[in-house]
Every structure is written in C-alpha cells, then in structure tokens.
Write a protein that binds this ligand. Structure first.
Ligand code: PLP
Length: 387
C-alpha cells in the first residue's frame, strides 16, 4: 500500500522514537529513567475528576457535543473570564473563542484554515515538532527561523530572506518556549504584530505554558498586545496548568476570521469535545487556580535539583524562566546526540537531543521536570557518577 507523500516528509515523531528505545531497554531489564517527555505525572485536581464522573452519568452528554465544533457557550465564557482575570485580555465568547481537543489540534487546524498548498509557514528552530508536522500535513512549506541564545531565543524577522517573507502566509510562535524555556517580552510581541501587518501574515501564538513561569517572570498573553487580534490567534490548553494532558482539552482565541476558519475545519473533521470533559474543564478554570502555585512549587524544587547537579559536575548553565523544561548546553566537543547517548548508555537516563527540535537545536539537550521527585533524584545521582 502506497501512503501519502506528505507523511514521508514528516520525521518520525520524537517521542515515538524515544519510547521505542526505552521499551527495548526495559524489556532487557534496564531500569531506564526518562526525562524526555513533557507529560505531568502529578494528578488532575479531584474536583475536576468528580465533575467528569457526575457529567458522564447524564444521558444528554452522551450525544454529540453542545455547540459541536465551537465548544459549549458556558465553556467559552469561562475561557473568556480566565483570560480577563489572568492576562487582562477581553474576549467575546461569541466569535473570538473556540474549544479545542488540546492545543496540538489547534496547530494542525490553524494551518488547514489559513494556508494554501505551497505557501510558506514560518516557525522557530528549535521548536515544538508538532508545528512542522502540521505544516506538512497542510501541504505547506515550513521555514525555520533560528532562535539563538545570543538573541534571547527570539527570532529576528529582519533576517528572513525577502523571497520567503513574500511567500509566507502564516507563522507559529511559542513563548514560554518549548524546548528552550525562553519567555517573550511585550516589545517582541509588538514587533511580531507589526511584521505580520506589513506582510499580511497570520500569527498563531501557541501558549500552553503561559502559567509555567519562574523567578517573577510576568505571565503574558500575545493577545494583550495592541493589534494582536488584528493579525492572529492564541492557543492555550488545560494540559499543563491543571495536569490534564490525557483529557485533551484546550482553546483558541483571537482574530474572528481565523477563529471562523478554525471552526469550519473542525466542523468538517471533528465534532468538538465530549460535553463531560468541557464541564470538567469549566470546573478547572473556575475552581482550581490554587493548583497552579502548587504545581509551580513542585517544578521549582525539581528545577533547583537539576541546576545544582549540573553545577556540581562542571556543566552549570543559566536557565530560562519558563516551562517545565531545562535547555542544557552539552559539554564542549560533544554533539547533542553524543551527550544523549552517553547518558543513556552510562546512566540509563533518557534526555531529548536538541536536534530533535530542528537544526538550531544542536549543542543542547532538553530535560523535562515532569517525573516524580524520587526518580529525578535517582537520575541526578546517576548523572553525577558519569562525570
Ligand atoms: C509547544 C507545545 N504546543 C502544544 C503542545 C500540545 O499541547 P496539548 O496537550 O494542549 O495538545 C505541547 C505539548 O507538549 C507543546 O509543548
């Protein structure tokens, strides 16, 4: 069977490759500790679980979701309240907000909604691998804008070749950034708005780590910058702030035309989110803000442990202020793959090679802090013994 060419353009999904490697070693009896994947192990708040169970008993919720692809009005209203309260952004639940089956779904449907085959879609490198996949699935062409430490991991729009800018229809941005942990500034977002206006480019700011910031870093929505709604949307998600990755629930907000395009794609592909999950989502947004500082305390403690360990082994580095990832420069003379292989073979510790996130990820590895404390402590003990 010949499958579609577009699939062969997409490199194997990083985490599938990692999972295969881990499973093989485990089947041989190795006690592997994976710091590769960003998937919180801490539980979803109990009130959210209780609400799901309650709503799952109600027969009307077993039918197609209320308001189908848009998400139910009560959920959209709660998203608007959350955005007002946490980021000072005003949104109309009618036309400026849509529920998503996770932010990943939004990335994919954004491309289908705004780009034509052959259009260029700009993305950052290193960057979340899902953007490249979504761009290829939409038969568009990715262009990797380097984000380098020397520029605070922000892209320099002036360095994009004019011929590429001319063909560009859309752009993915993501701050706090996976994998680097870097946060953006209002000034940068304003520059992005200006660039998008000048060149008629639709922006998708993917913001699932908006709440995961440290050291007094400001929590920031792209939509809080003047003019942002004229050129783009923001995606967000309940996955990270409420430990709900498996529930598949998120949201897109902003420019009405892009939101309408997203809805049209969704209307013809999925039919929205299970009602009971949307009700549980409302509970999370309404009642579980206290979960966020608790979550941040856990990541802060784990972050400190990794920073201290790398300092002790002579590989100390300055961390960025966002996400539950640490983006760590590899020792001099080694590549990202050399370093991940060393840690895997000598310590049975899995970290993600920077190159899995694009060309400009070379020279780094990414560690995720979403593992239980005792496993992280054990991993750090093993890493110390390698050096
Ligand atoms: C930058 C980025 N965007 C989107 C996602 C997917 O999030 P969701 O669970 O909301 O689909 C992730 C998951 O790790 C991510 O890192």
């Amino acid at each position: 069977m010949q499958t579609a060419d577009r699939l062969s353009q997409i490199p194997p999904y990083l985490f599938v490759t990692l999972r295969n490697k881990i499973n093989k070693a485990r089947s041989e009896g190795v006690d592997v500790i994976s710091l590769g994947v960003g998937d919180p192990v801490d539980p979803t708040p109990q009130s959210v679980i209780d609400e799901l169970c309650r709503q799952a008993q109600i027969p009307i919720n077993h039918q197609y979701p209320i308001d189908e692809e848009k998400g139910m009005l009560a959920f959209r209203q709660e998203i608007a309240n959350w955005y007002r309260k946490r980021y000072g952004v005003e949104l109309s639940p009618e036309g400026e907000v849509v529920g998503l089956i996770g932010s990943k779904e939004g990335c994919h449907h954004f491309v289908l909604g705004v780009a034509n085959p052959g259009d260029v879609v700009l993305m950052t490198s290193p960057g979340y691998p899902g953007y490249r996949a979504s761009i290829y699935m939409g038969n568009a062409e990715p262009y990797e804008m380097p984000i380098l430490e020397s520029n605070h991991y922000l892209p320099d729009f002036d360095k994009i070749p004019p011929a590429i800018v001319k063909r560009s229809k859309a752009m993915f941005l993501n701050y706090p950034n996976n994998p680097t942990g870097a946060c953006a500034t209002r000034e940068f977002f304003s520059k992005a708005v200006e660039f998008a206006k000048t060149h008629d480019i639709a922006i998708c700011h993917d913001n699932p780590y908006s709440e995961v910031v440290f050291d007094s870093q400001e929590r920031l929505s792209f939509l809080s910058v003047p003019g942002a709604k004229d050129v783009g949307i923001e995606l967000n998600s309940l996955s990270k702030p409420y430990n709900m990755t498996g529930w598949r629930i998120g949201m897109a907000m902003g420019n009405r035309q892009i939101i309408a395009a997203l809805c049209k794609v969704k209307e013809n592909t999925d039919s929205g989110i299970f009602n009971a999950i949307q009700y549980a989502g409302i509970t999370a947004l309404q009642k579980e803000d206290a979960n966020i500082p608790k979550m941040l305390d856990i990541y802060y403690r784990r972050r400190k442990l990794v920073l201290e360990t790398f300092e002790k082994i002579g590989l100390g580095f300055q961390p960025q202020k966002g996400t539950f990832y640490l983006w760590i420069p590899v020792p001099k003379g080694m590549t990202s793959i050399d370093f991940t292989t060393l840690l895997f073979e000598k310590a049975a510790v899995v970290v993600a090679a920077g190159t899995a996130y694009g060309l400009y990820g070379e020279g780094y590895v990414r560690i995720s802090l979403t593992v239980p404390d005792n496993r992280l402590a054990e991993a750090m003990e093993r890493v110390k013994k390698v050096f």
